[in-house]
Ligand binder design. Structure first.
Ligand code: SF4
Ligand code: SF4
Length: 449
């Protein structure tokens, strides 16, 4: 008879302090050594991802007494980023509701600051500048911090993709030449000279639960370090290419797992999500055992039309990969009036003047290693002029020029969730609401973060 466990039984073990909790990487390391896991061996495996996640917004409630009670707002900007409002200040409290979209772009810093940046600035406790216009033409200015918000919640319409394509410029089509921007690159890509990737491979939450066997509506997860909940499948989910819709309160989030980013197609937003996988039955064990970097297919698509042109595995991206990037200023050849590595860094994590990488911002994407002709940026402990990796495909080795998933911080999140489970601070939610698809299969798989 096959073994099974219930959520209640696992929660009881977590509360007693005798549950066995492993990160996905710890689980898989033993799979590679030949271990055949059984349901009774382990209770929870923690998975995580940290990456660019376009479908992110936030709803906040903030005071704006400067608008005057009863006035109706027509437009509102936070640090120059346009937001949705239009509600009258509350007649009792001067509070207004504001929706901010993670990919909204600041009118003041074209392509370099947007909704994701505002969200991180809020979490870091920075002062946010508010500008609003009322319907009767009055302009209102104020300064606020997150401490003044009675409500601040992050909503994900589509995060945590099950799988992603990698991208290269294969066809060099006219349409691409005419519109060389893409959210999948930090700058235009010459033909067959580089590859951009996304996805945390065997650490990925949905890769480890590919059919939604354990995930439930109401399932508790960590969103940027704070407890959050799965609402349902995300807006572009389809069998084989699932993603999640999530919600989590923003106060208390850890800024190192989130924030704004910049691609060659404008501003983006990043999140870090950790998901516990309860070991309920043999199917869960089988899914975790089979989800290894070397067995996970990574389609390679053309960046112009997003159609697959080749295939690799996540092992090609992550095996022995540098998870951190270092700056060696002694190798700088002062190549231009503007440091190319600094200019194209999607996180604005480089200060050439200060000769440093701000590691709390850096997502180890490797764009600097690809853009610095002097070889001053390398994967940690890698030789000069070494990019952060190369993927064998299309009869060549394509250097990774933009790795959109940050496995180092995903690992940190998986560890954080493990620690919280082991300490009893985090228990599993017990909802019976399974996630059901209501739509027919759509589009190409996993090409849109
Ligand atoms: S891109 Fe590299 S070589 Fe050029 S200025 Fe920047 S650090 Fe120096
Ligand atoms: S790896 Fe380089 S380009 Fe990428 S975020 Fe870090 S410093 Fe910036």
């Amino acid at each position: 008879m096959s073994e099974t466990k219930t959520i209640a039984e696992i929660n009881a073990k977590l509360k007693r302090g005798d549950a066995v909790v492993l990160t996905a990487m710890e689980f898989k390391a033993q799979v590679r050594q030949g271990r055949k896991w059984r349901v009774s061996d382990v209770d929870v495996v923690t998975t995580a991802t940290r990456a660019i996640m376009s479908g992110t917004s936030a709803a906040i409630v903030m005071p704006l007494p400067e608008a005057g009670r009863g006035a109706k707002l027509r437009n509102l900007w936070l640090n120059g980023v346009p937001c949705n409002t239009g509600l009258s200040p509350d007649s009792e409290s001067d509070l207004i509701d504001v929706i901010i979209n993670g990919t909204a772009e600041s009118r003041d810093h074209h392509g370099r600051y947007g909704g994701g940046h505002v969200l991180r600035d809020m979490i870091e406790g920075k002062t946010i500048e508010v500008e609003a216009e009322t319907t009767d033409g009055k302009s209102v200015y104020a300064k606020v911090t997150i401490d003044q918000f009675p409500f601040a919640r992050l909503y994900a319409t589509r995060n945590v993709y099950q799988n992603y394509s990698a991208f290269t410029n294969f066809r060099n089509e006219q349409s691409y030449l005419g519109m060389p921007q893409s959210i999948f690159s930090s700058r235009p890509m010459p033909r067959l000279k580089s590859i951009t990737t996304s996805g945390s491979g065997e650490l990925s939450p949905l890769a480890n639960d590919p059919d939604g066997h354990v995930l439930r509506s109401g399932w508790k997860v960590l969103v940027n370090g704070m407890p959050g909940t799965v609402i349902g499948w995300g807006t572009r989910s389809h069998p084989g290419g699932r993603n999640l819709s999530l919600a989590a309160d923003m106060k208390g989030m850890d800024p190192q797992f989130m924030g704004g980013a910049r691609t060659s197609h404008g501003v983006e937003v990043t999140n870090g999500i950790a998901v516990p996988i309860p070991i309920l039955d043999e199917t869960v064990i089988e899914n975790l055992t089979n989800t290894l970097d070397e067995s996970l297919e990574m389609k390679i698509s053309d960046i112009s039309d997003r159609q697959p042109v080749a295939s690799a595995t996540f092992d090609d991206v992550w095996k022995d990969a540098s998870l951190k990037v270092q700056f060696r200023p002694d190798r700088c050849i002062v190549c231009s009036f503007q440091c190319a590595a600094e200019y194209y860094c999607p996180m604005q994590a480089i200060s050439w003047r200060e000769k440093t990488i701000y590691q709390d911002l850096c997502i180890a994407c490797g764009a600097c290693t690809a853009n610095c002709p002097g070889g001053a940026f390398t994967g940690e402990d890698r030789p000069p002029l070494g990019a952060i990796g190369a993927v064998p495909a299309l009869d060549t080795k394509l250097p990774v020029s933009f790795r959109m998933s940050n496995r180092r911080r995903a690992l940190m999140l998986a560890e954080m969730l493990k620690d919280q489970l082991v300490s009893g601070a985090f228990t599993l939610s017990g909802s019976d609401l399974s996630l059901e698809f209501e739509q027919k299969e759509i589009g190409a798989e996993g090409t849109s973060p």
